[in-house]
Design a protein. Sequence first.
Length: 354
Amino acid sequence: MTPEQFIRSIEQKTPPAVCLFLGPESYRRDLCRKALMARVLSPEEREDGLTRHDLDEMTLAEVLDDARSMSLFAGNRLIWVSNAESALPKGRSSAGEDREESSAGSLEAYAKDPTPGTVLVFDARKWELDGEDKARVDRLRKFFSCVPATVEFARLAPQEAREFARREAAARQLQLGSAELELLVDATAGDPSRLAIEIEKLSLLTEGRSEPVSAADIAALVPNAQETTIFKLVDALAARDRAASMMLLDTLFRAGEYLPLALTFLAGVFRLALAAKEQNLRSAQDVQGYFQRLGLPMWRARAEQIHTAATRFDKGRIEEAIELVFRADRDLKGIRADDRIVMEDFVLRLTRAA
């Protein structure tokens, strides 16, 4: 079920004795957690009635033993079990499969005869619901198939993120135009937790002001908002559009962007784009999966940006860009007249005719 369906369900009837919270999205998970806590535990019971366990630190059998125990201090209990993915044995050996079946059987036995007044929540947030994680998620679903309520927390699609931002802005009476809305969603990678925080900050900034939110307001307050300008600069450099590149560089300068930091960001883009090109990664999903397997943080929006850069530059141009970044970085750290002059020289060299 969706988070919204879960909240409506527990408002109307007793919460399920066992739940599985599945997926990486945190904002709606937090809403469900708060709604469940308010429904299960009175304010007086929350200190003694809430228990937190971690399956990275204890076994499923130990969690179920605790769930079967009656509390001396609280009539109702909410047991929150994080890292539910660790309920699955590692590897696919016959011994591991036997342990998996045994653990699943113990969970099924508890689900059929749960402790009255106790709600047990297994929280699995490590894996995406689709893409390369889908096989692991399907295995996890099978393991927890006896659980009466599975709540899915998928990341918001772009249109869902825009609708969420519109609702949050309307709730705070924040005037947000379409272009500014797109910039805000892009800067926060469509994450509802970040959207809610940044919209609250913008509402405080513009309180008592009749003018709507501007792009400058977003650039001033929202982390990563200026990345949008930097990626436009990457596009202009790829097209060898010198005039547009200079204009975007001027925009960064006027916005107060620390140009050495912008150069560092460009260097990261080009290095990752070169790796994507060499690995023949054909989509943003391929880029995200490849770098995540290497242990690098890679969210969807950033993967799309890297894929775009890899697509628009050929391998030779990316290598040239990396060399010019090294040269500009050296000049920025040396004795020089002005950071802007160094960056303009970088743009002139990279946009020269082939």
